[in-house]
Design a binder for this molecule. Structure first.
Ligand code: ZN
Ligand code: ZN
Length: 216
């Protein structure tokens, strides 16, 4: 998930009923027909199982609605106005607690991916390999962006792409094969080959590697 406004992660909300620190949780997805939902990407929810709102809610729901549910206190970011969410079990929302540190990291990665995808349009004319490599080496990036990036490698004709690709572990072997194919084309385009002993780039016609001195 991606949070547009990271400052909400610094907010501290205290449950007015039990004084426990409320947990920052991912807002549940909005279903068609639910209107606009809460209008927030995160919700602060009191997940204390001893909170009076939670413990006394079972009976209230049973009496009023005739089913097994209870309430959790909830506040929206930037507000101390008290709301309640109906929950059917103890574990509701415990799976959507946001860890601020990992959320910041995820957001950082996502931002870089987005910038790289935008830079693909101009990277050939700018002779800029960076956005292409960012996408190719980012296993979490979207498939289409990575495919587009691989498709630009040959045009960019920059042999410095070879080492990072060779050193990268691809989870998707299709990407790895596509990269290997482009690398062999790039080497041909530039009359180069990789030394089978030390992997350094050498002239295609070389009989002896200028780096490791091996006979070829
Ligand atoms: Zn509480
Ligand atoms: Zn060599």
């Amino acid at each position: 998930m991606f949070i547009h406004n990271l400052t909400v992660l610094d907010e501290e909300h205290i449950c007015p009923d039990c004084k426990a620190k409320m947990s920052c949780c991912e807002a549940p997805p909005v279903h068609v027909g639910d209107g606009l939902g809460w209008g927030s990407e995160v919700l602060f929810i009191c997940l204390n199982d001893d909170c009076p709102t939670f413990t006394s809610g079972w009976q209230k729901v049973e009496v009023n609605y005739g089913h097994k549910s209870t309430y959790r206190n909830m506040q929206l970011p930037g507000s101390t106005e008290q709301n309640v969410m109906m929950v059917a079990s103890k574990v509701a929302f415990t799976g959507s607690i946001i860890d601020p540190e990992s959320m910041r990291e995820q957001n950082e990665r996502y931002k870089k991916e987005k910038e790289a995808v935008a830079a693909l349009k101009t990277c050939v004319q700018d002779k800029d390999l960076t956005p292409v490599m960012t996408l190719i080496l980012d296993e979490a990036a979207r498939t289409q962006g990575r495919k587009d990036a691989i498709g630009l490698l040959r045009e960019l004709n920059d042999l410095s792409c070879i080492d990072p690709i060779r050193n990268h572990t691809f989870r998707n072997s299709e990407f790895e094969q596509a990269c290997n194919l482009v690398i062999s084309e790039l080497l041909k385009d530039n009359f180069k080959k990789e030394c089978p002993y030390c992997a350094e780039l050498i002239k295609a016609q070389a009989q002896r590697c200028m780096h490791c001195k091996a006979e070829l």
